[in-house]
Design a protein around this ligand. Structure first.
Ligand code: MSP
Length: 509
């Protein structure tokens, strides 16, 4: 199966915050899960560079003229790419909207929309929010300010080309209603449907050319409106046969662009619609959305250096209901990491694999079916059931539910190991009792399967477990492998799977 997953393209003048990292980690987790399943994955992220924000930010640093602005964008793009590398993000593509390949797609797509009779010239008169890079209605404002950017929009009167969005309102609404998975979660789906029902207006395709952006092929006094241009990154940034995307991830701030304008553009140009648009909530600090413009952004790289990338990812997807807003909280990050990831997952994997190392000369025992106790059978059944649940949750882009199920599994593993007491089964016997060997074989499988379930979220810790089994290269872990790659073969002595953060903190002192 082909699995094409996208993040929004972030504004190049910003610096990566954990808000951006949240979406990018979510897409990364889905990409990793689908790779484990053997799907043909393409994971795209990138940068939105044709915005007036780029020009303003470059100018505020003294840049004058197109080349200097481009140079500023190039430097910032380096920062973003490096951030994703440090954070272990496994994107396959990276698109910048100042690339020629992007402009080519925008122009040809526009040609199709125009040929359809969906473009006309008009005058826009109203409000524009620079932060949103969009026209806003008086009724959207709170105390005269944009609720997201807390700034007053400016009043504009300008000539634009318009896209006949209204022509597609019914078709988009019908699609939303007929496809419950098109917009997730349901609250966002309802919000978008209500927005369309309240009545749409046509939107701009272009704005007056101010020397930055992609000029219209047939009228270079105008440039493409940055959202019309930016949405097309999902086509220009991927291999020609990748579209449609299976999952387009973002926060709720930009769903109207993605769930109304984008599908209408695609219908007009006769492209397929994406399968699912997933909108998560905002990461907040003391209840306020985290953003550079509000001055409360948190640097994900500093955090990942202080703790670890796994710790950050685990916290984000375990703590916050995927879809709801969530407050960022370092104390809870440390507590959850140590009590759950380190104690429940790390400790079980380390204990069980070390025990095999010590007691069976590092050989993962074969399971002797005839000697399995009802408790063993039950645990084996549960192991495969929970893995099934975790897989379904990842398929449905339900990241918190996938982590929650994995942690229930971790608890089962610990309960089983403690209840079956393999150390007691070995006691007093020079030989290796079959019952004890079964417990170890089941525990080894469970440790492997648990690492597999968590690996889209905590790839580094999971890899430590896979390494014990020599599971890499041709023997790379595959979703659904519940028996370790090396059942009946040797495992390496494990290192600590998840080092505790609280201990690390003490060591530092
Ligand atoms: N450039 C547009 C998107 C164009 S996509 C065709 C844009 N850029 S942005 O830099 O403002 O990024 C917004 C996105 O960044 C959000 O939708 C979300 O994915 C992510 N987030 C940035 N801050 C966030 C939070 N505080 N919380 C959650 N997500 C956040 O909009």
């Amino acid at each position: 199966m082909r699995f094409y997953v996208t993040t929004p393209i972030y504004y190049v003048n910003d610096v990566p915050s954990i808000g951006h990292a949240y979406t990018t980690f979510a897409a990364d987790a889905l990409a990793r899960f689908h790779r484990l399943r053997g799907d043909d994955v393409f994971f795209l992220t990138g940068l939105d560079e044709n915005s007036q924000k780029t020009v303003q930010a470059a100018r505020s640093r003294g840049a004058q003229g197109r080349d200097a602005i481009q140079k500023y964008a190039d430097e910032m793009a380096g920062t973003w790419k490096q951030a994703w590398r440090i954070l272990g993000v496994t994107n396959d593509g990276f698109i910048r909207t100042t690339e020629q390949r992007h402009a080519d797609v925008v122009k040809s797509f526009y040609g199709r929309v125009k040929a359809k009779g969906d473009v006309y010239k008009g005058v826009y008169e109203g409000l524009y929010c620079d932060g949103c890079e969009a026209f806003v209605n008086e009724s959207d404002l709170i105390d005269g300010k944009c609720p997201l950017h807390k700034t007053e929009p400016k009043r504009l009167r300008e000539e634009n080309y318009f896209f006949k969005l209204t022509r597609y309102a019914d078709a988009v609404l019908r699609h939303i209603e007929a496809n419950p998975d098109f917009i997730k979660p349901e609250t966002r789906r309802n919000e978008v449907a209500a927005f369309i029902k309240a009545g749409l207006k046509d939107v701009s395709v272009s704005r007056p050319n101010q020397g930055w952006g992609i000029p219209l092929p047939d009228d270079d006094s105008q440039c493409f409106w940055v959202w019309f241009d930016a949405l097309l990154n999902y086509i220009s940034g991927a291999p020609a046969d990748a579209w449609p995307a299976q999952a387009q991830l973002m926060a709720k701030d930009i769903i109207k662009f993605h769930c109304v304008i984008w599908p209408a553009m695609l219908l007009s140009a006769e492209y397929a619609l994406p399968k699912t648009i997933v909108a998560h909530g905002f990461l907040t600090v003391n209840g306020q959305k985290m953003s550079k413009s509000l001055g409360n952004a948190i640097d994900p790289i500093a955090l990942s250096r202080k703790y670890s990338v796994d710790a950050l990812r685990y916290f984000l997807f375990r703590e916050i209901s995927f879809g709801a807003d969530g407050d960022f909280n370092e104390k809870s990050l440390v507590e959850r990491h140590d009590a759950e990831l380190a104690n429940a997952f790390g400790n079980f994997a380390y204990r069980s694999l070390s025990f095999i190392n010590a007691k069976t000369d590092s050989l993962v025992p074969e399971i002797a079916d005839a000697s399995l106790t009802p408790e063993d059978e039950e645990f084996r059944k549960k192991t495969s059931e929970i893995c099934g649940v975790v897989g379904k949750e990842f398929e449905a882009c339900e990241l918190k539910a996938a982590v929650d199920a994995s942690m229930r599994f971790a608890d089962e593993c610990n309960r089983f190991f403690n209840a079956r007491e393999p150390w007691a089964l070995f006691k007093g016997s020079g030989a290796q009792p079959v019952e004890a060997r079964n417990v170890l074989a089941l525990s080894a499988s469970a440790a492997y399967a648990l690492a597999l379930c968590l690996s889209p979220i905590t790839p580094t810790a999971s890899q430590r477990v896979f390494d014990c089994f020599g599971a890499s290269g041709a023997k790379a872990p595959r979703w659904g492998d519940l028996t370790p790659a090396g059942s009946g073969s040797r495992i390496a002595k494990p290192e600590i799977v998840v080092p505790k953060l609280a201990l690390d903190e003490k060591k530092k002192k």
